[in-house]
Design a protein around this ligand. Structure first.
Ligand code: NDP
Ligand code: 8X3
Length: 253
């Protein structure tokens, strides 16, 4: 059977590693992201192994998402796994110092974008039925508060609750839904969050052992490859060397 996986944010990090992992198992790939050159490189790399369809796509643009899904070529329409991975954090500063536009960008990408893609791909997943999966990439930040998490963490809390609520509605359709919530993983995530500060990214991931993109890709693949009767609701994954902090207490100076 031709198994199709539809991945958003396939130009980097988890999304790119996930494309490679599903390709190893022979799935056909629908790969999207805004950077077309990166998609072309990945297509070059993988199309000898499996069929690959690429499409430059900004998930924030609902009309473009609908068009892209409507124009999927024959052989890529029967989607079995949707990996809602595209997302970003911006502005690690405290909430009171953040530009409103950064909050909007996170909401538009992590919430509206994820909803746009889910709505557009759902009919294909329903047609696949039994064994189909939606894997939404949340974050530990959606469960645990931390300074500078403001809208990013809140957007990932949306991803968790949306995933759980989707499960309720899709229970009799065969379509499974999972919220995968990674902790610290070394990708371009911090470079994006700090608007290009390579030193900040190196400092965060240095002198410790973060998760890798491949670690998360393996979990995404695992969830989508389980027998039809199993639904992992939520998978929270941290590096062994990451944990929670004590409560912060403001004291008189
Ligand atoms: P990367 O920055 O390496 O990858 C992010 C991907 O999202 C890129 O492919 C980017 O593609 C895509 N993307 C961003 N905005 C848009 C958009 N508007 N439309 C389409 N695609 C978009 O980071 P990660 O791989 O780490 O992040 C992947 C997901 O994992 C995100 O949802 C992130 O929040 C989440 N996450 C990351 C963690 C980490 O520590 N790294 C931990 C927990 C969750 P392009 O720029 O080409 O559009
Ligand atoms: C990002 C994970 O630990 O940087 O979603 O907040 S963390």
């Amino acid at each position: 059977m031709n198994k199709v996986v539809f991945i958003t944010g396939a130009t980097s990090g988890f999304g790119r590693a996930t494309a490679r992992r599903f390709a190893e198992d022979g799935w056909s790939l629908v790969l999207s992201g805004r950077r077309l050159e990166r998609l072309e490189e990945l297509q070059q790399e993988l199309q000898g192994k499996v069929p690959v369809h690429i499409a430059a796509l900004d998930v924030r643009d609902a009309a473009a998402v609908q068009r892209m899904v409507a124009e999927l070529p024959e052989g890529f329409r029967q989607v079995r796994a949707l990996i809602n991975n595209a997302g970003l954090a911006l502005a690690p500063e405290p909430a009171q110092k953040v530009a409103l536009q950064d909050w909007h960008t996170m909401i538009d990408t992590n919430i509206t974008g994820l909803v746009n893609v889910t709505h557009a791909v759902l009919p294909a997943l329903l047609e696949t039925g039994k064994g189909a999966s939606i894997v939404n990439i949340g974050s530990v930040a959606g469960e645990w508060p931390y300074p500078g998490g403001h809208v990013y963490g809140a957007s990932k809390a949306f991803v968790k609750q949306f995933s759980f609520n989707l499960r309720c509605d899709l229970i009799a359709t065969g379509v499974r839904v999972t919220d995968i919530a990674p902790g610290m993983a070394e990708t371009e995530f911090t470079l994006v969050r700090t608007k290009g500060n390579q030193a900040a990214s190196d400092a965060l991931y240095g002198s410790t052992t973060p998760l890798t993109a491949e670690d998360i890709a393996e979990q995404i693949f695992y969830v989508a490859s389980l027998p039809d009767h199993i639904n992992i609701n939520r998978l929270e994954i941290m590096p062994s060397r990451q944990a929670w902090s004590p409560f912060a207490i403001d004291r008189d100076q």
